[in-house]
Design a protein around this ligand. Structure first.
Ligand code: NAD
Ligand code: UGA
Length: 477
């Protein structure tokens, strides 16, 4: 399909659609870029004059939006109009795990992909290139193509239309999304129509070197995305499993990670231990991989990848148990401060955050929590906790046991323990001596992200527990 791309549209104004289109608009001033979503509130936030109200927090995003919005970047709810005027349409909708029906709990729910394809089929005019940006099971392009082709027949007499489907999965990580989009390790484009592929290459070529643009067949492209996420998650589970062994043997996980990572074949990225991986994708993408493996009868392969998820869950339960045990086996009515609720630093996203699981278990054990996160809003924290706890113990009133604060003094006052769950830089600057004075003794700090410099602790009378720290001594003095 040889077309001149002048207008592009992205269906889905979320963590991927918004930042990705902002970068394309900034780098391709000759293109008109329209981002559409069913969610009017979200579109209103993208259009808010107050840039602190953008629905996604990402370093560098505000500046891009300020530069491009209403010039060549538009956020709209009129999906029909945006599709009709676009030459290329990106699908960046959510692909959560299915909650019911065939494959529930493992397979991807493709209802949003399907409805996007149906809207494109109905409203597109002329030749249109459709790009899958969402993460989807291998062979999804076939579903999209089938819907689009049947529409070609259905609407044949009304207007002439034709489609080409490409796969170009997104590899950005939250918190570093803008940098990842500007300097990608690679841009992957799968498809079998060279002209359409080149139209997408022409967009990326505005800022990405051509040798970084990898062209593959469409199924390799779809499967590469799931595989990349599975490998990344596997490294986190690997280092977390070794963190537990360090605690038993006297080894120090940061020393082990450094020694292992210096082997160029292994490399030093993604070797930070923590409370388990969160984020909207690792769990759902591995579940999806497990489902596909089972579908093709590869049960041992499915079991292998499932273990990555099991270790992740185990790490969260193990941390909760350690905390309760150190606090004399009971935390009923004890005050505990939680530092960090986002699934990682530099994002306001809490999807699958280990903080949800760990905080909820502490609430169920009777603790009173004070929670501080630099970017996550109070409503999100309360909603996440309520959703988790309602299934476990509907009698618990979350508001009675949880306070959200932005004050470190409030976190510490009368607290028996403070738990670091997200690796925000702000937490590295805490003057522990000052907080220690406010806490009830004996008081504990559980550093589940290894962010604390132990030298800052020497003068305080706090007990510290560090993840994967072999000499997890009760008191450093
Ligand atoms: P998100 O939930 O933040 O955004 C998706 C948006 O799509 C929502 O706002 C939703 O309202 C909208 N939507 C759903 N169906 C629609 C329809 N038919 N028409 C218009 N809008 C519709 O999701 P996300 O985090 O941006 O992820 C999107 C996809 O990208 C997923 O497949 C995910 O696996 C993948 N991905 C995510 C990340 C990430 O860091 N979040 C990174 C790479 C890939
Ligand atoms: C991840 C991938 O890194 C992206 O390439 C991919 O595009 C994206 O998923 C996706 O498909 O959604 P993201 O989940 O945003 O990105 O963030 P990561 O930096 O990968 O972190 C995931 C989780 O692993 C976080 O909870 C993080 O704290 C944890 N992690 C990461 C560790 O515990 N240790 C590490 O060394 C690295």
């Amino acid at each position: 399909m040889n077309i001149e791309v002048k207008t592009i549209c992205c269906i889905g104004a979320g963590y991927v659609g918004g930042p990705t289109m902002a970068v394309i608009a900034d780098k391709c001033k000759h293109l008109k870029v329209i981002v559409v979503d069913l969610n009017k509130e979200k579109i209103d936030s993208w259009n808010d004059r107050d840039l602190t109200k953008l629905p996604v927090y990402e370093p560098g995003l505000k500046d891009l939006i300020q530069r491009c919005r209403s010039k060549n970047l538009f956020f709209k709810t009129d999906i029909k109009k945006a599709i009709a005027e676009s030459d290329m349409i990106f699908i960046s909708v959510n692909t959560p795990t299915k909650k019911s029906g065939l494959g529930a709990g493992e397979a991807s729910d493709l209802k949003f992909i399907e409805s996007s394809a149906r809207s494109i089929a109905k409203f597109a005019i002329g030749d249109t290139i459709v790009v899958e940006k969402s993460t989807i099971p291998v062979k999804t392009a076939e579903v999209i193509k089938t819907i689009l082709v049947s529409s070609q027949n259905e609407f044949k007499n009304k207007s002439k239309k034709s489609f080409t489907v490409l796969s170009s999965p997104e590899f950005l990580a939250e918190g570093t999304a803008i940098n990842d989009l500007l300097n990608p390790s690679r841009v992957l484009i799968g498809g079998d129509d060279d002209d359409a592929i080149n139209s997408l290459v022409d967009i990326y070529k505005n800022w990405v070197k051509e040798e970084k643009i990898l062209k593959t067949n469409i199924w390799s492209s779809e499967l590469s995305k799931l595989t990349a996420n599975a490998f990344l998650a596997q490294r986190v589970s690997s280092i977390n499993s070794i963190s537990a062994l360090c605690e038993k043997t006297g080894a120090d996980i940061s020393e082990v990670a450094k020694a292992v990572g210096m082997d160029y074949r292994i490399g030093n990225n993604f070797l930070k231990p923590g409370p388990g991986f969160g984020g909207s994708c690792f769990k759902k993408d591995i579940l999806n991989l497990v489902y596909i493996c089972k579908f093709y009868g590869l049960n041992d392969v499915a079991g292998y990848w499932n273990q990555v998820l099991k270790i992740n869950q185990w790490q969260q339960s193990r941390l909760t148990n350690i905390i309760v045990t150190k606090l004399f086996g009971t935390i009923t009515n004890k005050k505990i401060g939680i530092l960090g609720f986002a699934f990682k630093a530099n994002t306001n996203d809490t999807r699958e955050s280990p903080a949800i699981n760990i905080s909820s278990e502490l609430i169920i054990e009777g603790a009173e929590l004070t929670i501080l996160d630099p970017k996550v809003e109070e409503v999100s924290i309360l909603k996440d906790l309520k959703e988790f706890i309602i299934n476990k113990d509907p009698s618990i009133k979350v508001e009675n046991q949880v306070e959200i604060t932005s004050s470190y003094e409030q976190i510490a006052t009368d607290a028996d323990a403070i738990i670091i769950l997200t690796d925000w830089d702000d937490f590295k600057k805490i003057e522990w001596q000052n907080l220690s004075r406010l806490m009830r003794k004996p008081s504990w700090v559980f550093d589940c992200r290894n962010t604390i410099n132990l030298n800052n602790f020497k003068e305080s009378d706090l007990n510290i527990w560090k993840l994967g720290f072999g000499s997890n001594i009760n008191n450093l003095k």
